[in-house]
Design a protein around this ligand. Structure first.
Ligand code: F6P
Length: 474
């Protein structure tokens, strides 16, 4: 990508492509399945924009390249930076801290130094390729220092930031030794987006208390006359894309095949998550195991499929979790299983969208029970796939999605007895009751898709006053 040419720049920790190695060892790139790329790709194409991100391999420098009309600008990370910036500060400090400290965050000064260094590298790349007055959209917790670093290099740019994960309550955020630097890093943006209104309020309160800036409602007033807006933009999915996929004959046939291979049980329960300690896998499996042990569910009638996608596999807490879940699944199946009848089908693997859609269609009850989650897109994907208005969603009240999907069977995942009752309620409900709930949830998901989310954010970002203009935002 030539310098100073991009009118719209996305900066994210990862590029929106995965590298595929063919049978002869030749490598190609394939677009990642996420909703974010689906929403931003057309904007990038239309504006001749670019996406800056890490390509996923340590110690390798790649030149910018084009993929399906998108300019991709790889940022190199050394082996040590992967350990300290990505696995360390991003995923063993910020990740647990921002998720209610459900695992203890680790604070290491070398990790922080690497985080600063890598954020600076991302900011420099953007400063180089962005056209004058371009719009730059920075994504997520790995890059919270980029807005201010970039503004220092390029004050002409319009800068947005979106946090995909929760922003913690002030009492927890204060634990961070570098709390002021993070807040100041984010304040380089014109618009800071969060999943939930409460997160935006936490941020505004912290800025007032810790940085000492004047705030009013959702606006921060900086001493240089600039304002920063902090608002909620609940993210969504490519809802129509999922529904379309779920309607294909291949997916319908595959869903039937999945049920068949489980012995056509009366009830199929499903969990699909990254293998992460925030997702509440342990609590949900225990609840299900107890229902079988106590005889509330029969091992001949009910099967729980748990897909756990491998994630951050070298980070200590993830290694512990993997062993823990392996043991728990083994214990449940060992205690209550019979020959040919395993109550839990546990799959430690990642699957393409088609297989996910088939699983969603095959599941009578989708169980989404995170202890804390910014949004949870799996819950929305399930709803998008159930155009037949069948199926039930059991959803943690601690997922951002709970404030939109009010007709789900909502649970507190720490309350195992409460969760057992709610699982039974979802399983035994009159199909008309489940159809009523699904209809209400579908209205929400189908009308508020990822395109609308991106359009709303970018419209607000474009409406932010010119950083050099004298008059405040109207
Ligand atoms: O939504 C949180 C997030 O960390 C994203 O930033 C990221 O794309 C996704 O989860 C997967 O995590 P990772 O990039 O660490 O594999």
């Amino acid at each position: 990508m030539a310098s100073g040419l991009a009118e719209f720049v996305v900066i994210a920790n990862r590029l929106p492509v995965d590298r595929i190695t063919g049978p002869d060892g030749e490598t190609t790139w394939r677009k990642s399945p996420g909703g974010l790329v689906t929403a931003l790709e057309p904007v990038i194409r239309r504006k001749g924009g670019a996406w800056i991100g890490w390509h996923g391999a340590a110690g390798e420098k790649l030149r910018p390249f084009e993929h399906e009309g998108m300019n991709l600008v790889p940022v190199p990370l050394s082996e040590e930076e992967v350990e300290e910036y990505y696995e360390g500060f991003s995923n063993a400090t910020l990740w647990p801290l921002y998720h209610d400290v459900v695992a203890p965050p680790e604070f290491h000064r070398e990790w922080w130094d690497a985080y600063v260094r890598v954020n600076q590298r991302f900011a420099q790349k953007a400063a180089k390729i962005a056209k004058k007055n371009a719009v730059v959209w920075v994504q997520d917790y790995q890059l919270q220092l980029v807005p201010t670093m970039l503004r220092e290099l390029r004050p002409d740019l319009r800068i947005g930031f979106f946090l995909h994960i929760p922003f913690p309550p002030t009492e927890l955020f204060q634990q961070l030794p570098w709390r002021r630097q993070i807040l100041e890093g984010l304040l380089g943006a014109d618009l800071v987006g969060f999943q939930m209104p409460g997160a935006a309020q936490n941020f505004i309160r912290l800025v007032r208390q810790r940085v000492g800036h004047k705030t009013h409602r959702d606006t921060v007033y900086l001493p240089d006359g600039r304002t920063v807006l902090a608002q909620a933009y609940p993210i969504s999915i490519d809802a129509a894309g999922f529904e379309e996929l779920a309607r294909t004959p291949e997916v319908i046939a595959r869903a039937a095949e999945i049920r068949e291979s489980l012995g056509n049980p009366k009830v199929v329960l499903l969990g699909i998550d990254r293998l992460d300690y925030t997702k509440g896998l342990r609590q949900r499996l225990r609840a299900f195991g107890e229902l079988i042990t106590e005889g509330a569910l029969d091992v001949d009638d009910a099967v729980f499929i748990q897909v756990a996608t491998p994630s951050r596999e070298r980070v200590g807490q993830y290694i512990l979790l993997r062993d823990d879940i392996n043991r728990l699944v083994g214990r449940i199946n060992g205690d209550v299983g019979r020959i040919g009848q395993q109550p839990v089908t546990y799959l430690h693997a990642s699957y393409p969208r088609e297989e996910m859609a088939a699983l969603y269609r095959a599941a009578d009850v989708m169980v989404v029970t995170p202890l804390r989650d910014g949004m949870n897109l799996v819950a929305k994907e399930y709803v998008a796939c159930r155009y037949d208005e069948k199926g039930a969603l059991v959803l943690s009240e601690f997922a951002g999605a709970a404030s939109e999907l009010k007709s789900a069977y909502q649970v507190n995942p720490h309350d195992i007895n409460g969760m057992k009752q709610m699982l039974l309620a979802a399983i035994n409900a009159d199909p008309r009751e489940n159809a009523r709930r699904m209809k209400a949830m579908r209205r929400q998901v189908m009308e508020n898709d990822i395109d609308l989310w991106a359009a709303n954010f970018l419209r607000e970002l474009n409406a932010v006053r010119d950083p050099h203009a004298k008059n405040p935002r109207p």
